[in-house]
Structures are given as C-alpha cells and as structure tokens.
Design a binder for this molecule. Structure first.
Ligand code: ATP
Length: 235
C-alpha cells in the first residue's frame, strides 16, 4: 500500500532521514520505534508532505506522493494524528469532528461516522458540546484520533498517541487502535517511544536510529530480540 524507498529528508543542512526504506501492506499495523530524535516524526511528516523529502520515493497505491501538497495527500485517504494532538481548543468536540470531515460531502455517512466514533469513545459523546481545550489529555487524544477517522482514511498515521498519558488510558488507546484496524481494515502506521505497547498491537515493526532503519521484523520477533529488549524495552 505504501512504499518508502531511499527517503532523505532535511531540515536546512541537517539530514534527518538518511535514505530509509519502509513497506506498509494493506490492512496491517506497523510500528516505527526509536529513541528521541531518531527521525520518527519526520518520517510521518515526509509521508504527508509537511516536510517534503529531498530524495527518494514515496508510493501510495501506485501514486508518487513526493512533491504533492498535503491537502492532496489527505484526499487520497491518508490521515495523520500529530504528536501533541493539536485539536481545536475553542471548538466543541462535535465541531472538532466536523472539521475532520471537511473534504467530504456525504452528510448521511458523516453522521454515521460520528455515531461510530462516539461508540468507540463514549466519553466523547458525553462531552460532545464541551470545548476541546477543556478535555483531559487522554480525551484530547481520543478526539484527535476520532477527528482523523472522520476523513475515512485507508491509512492512519499515529504519532506518539501514548505521550504523556496515564498507563490505564494508554492501554485503552492501544486497544481502540487495534479495534479500528480490525473493524474497518484501516491500515495503521504507528510511531511510538512506548515500544512495548506498540509492538504488542503491531504486526511488524521497524527500528530507527539517527535517521536510519537499523532493524525490521515481525513484532513478535522484535519483542523477543535481545538488542531491542535492552535498548527499547528496558528488560
Ligand atoms: P521525538 O520522539 O522526540 O519526536 P523523533 O524520532 O520523532 O523524536 P524527529 O522529531 O523526527 O525525531 O527529529 C529527527 C531529527 O531532526 C532530530 O535530530 C531533530 O533535532 C531534528 N529536527 C526535527 N524537527 C526539526 C526542525 N523543525 N528543525 C531542525 N531540526 C529538526
């Protein structure tokens, strides 16, 4: 579904991605794990054109994305949930969800999808008329994921969904990520520092160090790999 080949991305003279290769198959959950500053967020921003790569290719369903505007890329069915959530604090929960559907015109289907995300996250239904900025961190993450789902993506990019959340909420968020993948067949590209939880829900994983992919395998093998255990799982 998505194929990154020799992707090189810069911030000025700083080479943040040094030629990375990643393949994402339709219907799977893949995770990209790595330390702070490894280049994980840059990978997601390269895919959606927020920080365009200088070299390489990013093919999505046979289309070349490199060089395209983010709006067009979103229109092809790729939604990103950015690190730090970035919901609209002064808009209500419901209005935030409507913003996620701004490219769509199918009103009846939009209403159906709003009901679907309220089923996924019942707390959002309870808080539908509340301003986004008044929600807790976990609720804002739920809203950010829901808003991205309102675009009906076939590929969902999640940047550190567990960041700053209490363990119980993290658990809940990861269960829902699994559920979204299972129920809708949405392909998920999950960037995480919480390697253990990410590998638990993913089919396959990639390990990134200073702008380079150093390892890739099934999530199960990575969970049992001694180097991964030592460096990322704290065991
Ligand atoms: P984190 O988990 O902290 O978000 P990350 O793995 O997502 O880390 P990136 O945010 O992609 O890493 O950063 C990769 C490299 O690019 C780092 O060395 C970082 O300092 C650098 N970098 C990121 N954003 C910018 C920017 N706007 N300008 C200059 N350098 C940047």
């Amino acid at each position: 579904m998505l194929e990154l080949r020799n992707v090189q991305t810069y911030y000025g003279n700083i080479k943040a991605l040094k030629g990375i290769d990643i393949t994402v198959n339709a219907g799977e959950i893949i995770t990209l794990i790595g330390a702070n500053g490894a280049g994980k967020s840059t990978t997601l921003m390269s895919i959606c054109g927020i920080v365009p790569p200088r070299e390489g290719s990013i093919r999505f369903k046979e289309r070349e994305l490199r060089g395209m505007d983010t709006d067009r890329i979103v229109g092809f069915g790729i939604s990103q949930v950015p690190e730090g959530r970035h919901i609209f604090p002064h808009l209500t929960v419901r209005e935030n969800l409507d913003m996620g559907a701004f490219l769509r015109r199918d009103k009846a289907e939009i209403s159906r999808d709003i009901e679907y995300v309220y089923e996924l996250f019942p707390i959002l239904a309870e808080r539908r008329n509340q301003a986004g900025g008044t929600l807790s961190g976990g609720e804002q993450q739920m809203l950010a994921i829901s808003r991205a789902l309102m675009a009906r993506p076939t590929l969902l990019l999640l940047d550190e969904p567990s960041l700053g959340l209490a363990p119980l909420i993290v658990q809940q968020i990861f269960e829902i990520i699994s559920q979204i993948n299972r129920e809708n067949g949405t392909t998920i590209f999950l960037v995480e520092q919480n390697a253990f939880q990410a590998l638990k829900v993913a089919n396959r994983g990639y390990v990134m160090e200073t702008g380079t992919i150093t390892m890739t395998d099934t999530a199960e093998n990575l969970l049992n790999n001694e180097d991964v255990k030592r460096a990322y799982l704290g065991v």
